[in-house]
Design a protein around this ligand. Structure first.
Ligand code: FPP
Length: 224
């Protein structure tokens, strides 16, 4: 059975779910939060050490201002309500992506990271204003500025996921098969599962089914 240390998830389908069920894309984002909580709890039950969630990409700024504002309000409320709970559960929160939002949200994100920094049970990497191409370009720039040899080991030091093992498993909900500029380097050897269900409909049973399938895959890493 394959070990499972790191799950990465592209939580797609909130907008479609909201339009279909409540005639509002934002209602889908709100419902998506419940799934986030379910999946965090199930990740802990499965003893998985790292969970990376794609919450907002560098491309998502193209969305209408109203939707962006709603998303960041949701995030702010979620952290204000839950950060102490997360801390009690020994969860460490790490933001990957550039923290350049409102001063209030920037401070809340930094506070949440600091508050939970010593925790070791589960690390959640929340990808916010994250884009893999920007991450790689920044890493190469730092290699160049520091006049370092370009190799895998040195590059990894400058990725936002330094100190985090590459994802073993990537799940994308929402019936779309693409990577959307997410962890392009880190996903080189991950097992990928595309799930038809929209994110708000995805549940513990679906998650465990994928985990079971993943554990039985023969992973070769280029070998035979
Ligand atoms: C993708 O669905 C979802 C997002 C861009 C946002 C995901 C955010 C959340 C689930 C809430 C974030 C908050 C926390 C606390 C993690 P979409 O809008 O692209 O859906 P569509 O493909 O149906 O349009």
């Amino acid at each position: 059975m394959n070990p499972l240390n790191h799950v990465a998830i592209i939580m797609d389908g909130n907008g479609r779910w909201g339009l279909k069920n409540k005639n509002s894309r934002n209602a889908g984002h709100r419902a998506g939060i419940d799934t986030v909580e379910k999946i965090i709890n199930e990740t802990i039950k499965n003893n998985i050490r790292f969970l990376t969630l794609y919450a907002f990409s560098t491309e998502n700024w193209k969305r209408p201002k109203k939707e962006i504002k709603f998303l960041f309000n949701l995030l702010e409320n979620f952290l204000n309500d839950k950060i102490e709970d997360l801390n009690k559960q020994k969860i460490k929160l790490k933001i990957i992506g550039k923290i350049n939002f409102s001063t209030r949200l920037n401070n809340l994100l930094r506070f949440s990271e600091k508050r939970t920094t010593k925790n070791r049970r589960l690390q959640i990497n929340l990808a916010l204003n994250y884009g893999s191409k920007v991450e790689l370009i920044d890493a190469f720039k730092q290699l160049k500025d520091n006049k370092e040899v370009i190799n895998e080991k040195n590059l990894k030091k400058y990725l936002q996921t330094k100190n985090v093992p590459d994802p073993d498993l990537l799940i994308r909900t929402g019936n779309t098969k693409r990577l959307s500029n997410f962890l392009l380097w880190q996903l080189a050897y991950s097992e990928i599962f595309f799930e038809k269900k929209l994110w708000p409909d995805f549940n513990e049973k679906d998650y465990n089914k994928i985990i079971r399938k993943y554990k039985n895959i023969k992973r070769n890493f280029g070998n035979i």
